[in-house]
Ligand binder design. Sequence first.
Ligand code: PLP
Length: 368
Amino acid sequence: MYSQLADELESLKATDLYRRLRRVETETGPWATVEGRRMLMLGSNDYLGLASHPRVREAAKEAVDRWGAGAGGSRLTTGNLAIHEELEAQLAALKGSEAALLFTSGYLAATGTIPALAGRSDLILSDALNHACLIDGCRLSGAEVRIYRHGDAGHARELLADRGRFRRALVITDGVFSMDGDVAPLPHLHALSRETETWLMVDDAHATGVLGQQGGGTAEYFGLPQNDIIHMGTLSKALGSQGGFIAAPTVVVDYLRNRARSFVFDTALTPAAAGAALAALAIVREEPQRRDKLMENARLLRELLKIETQDTITPIIPVLIGEAQKALDLAETLERQGIRAPAIRPPTVPSGTARLRLSVTAARRSWM
Ligand SMILES: *Cc1c(COP(=O)(O)O)cnc(C)c1O
């Protein structure tokens, strides 16, 4: 009955694009036991080591004790807990925005927000290497989507030449690109958005808590006025929890609260995730040295591997291989030596650019 699917899976296997899960049997951190073997973990997004931090764990437990295991309803019906509002206020503060809105994942923040902000009469400019959740949000919106060359604000400008034909225009970019570790040319995109009355949305999944003096992300790193940008983020990377958010001017947040379908029709974030994120935000504020340690570890690993990357300010280090099969072989070789460095293949990255995607964490004290 499902033989077509089986056939397709076979062809994925034949082209080295089949994916399988690896079972992690201890808590993940710099080291973890994967399918019975102790491994050096070199691909985690838990950049600051907060997922297993005692204070963050404790806050998750306290939130469960106080609020229960689930929120019991959507935010607009019965599930709007005080802890959600507290977390939104702190996320807005971190981002230098007037307001913030929680979603239950970054993926849902993107796929709810983009179609709420743009529709059939509108134009979206999207970086060629944007994350899949942004691509899906663009597709759902029904807007005209134009892809500009990766990191090329000049190309984005060219594609905006007939801006006047559209009701609205929206530029969307990752802040730090998830599989390349480079940083978007945000000052140029920001200037462009000002000049052409185009909204600017930045997916800061990998920059929140990581870039900027306060950990505010890409806009803070560049010293841009943060309030006119629509920041998207996740609680599930440097903040070590789970959930997503938008931080933006009050009017945008108010609009999304009414119009973003993945907000309106989704049960509110679980209290444990909110509590954990609040504790993580406190640590992000109080312990900037974690960001220094993260950058130091990234520098060390780049040096160790003799990898020159364009941007040396992010914890993501891509080792470009090319063919999917070669990347897979290398990852398996490393795995036999006790190193978990995931191979990233299409469709996560463009065809012919398979790679190992390494990342470091501030929790790693040494490389031994
Ligand atoms: C991980 C990631 C997301 C999705 O966030 P989740 O909270 O895990 O759903 C969105 N954008 C980028 C760039 C990411 O790397």
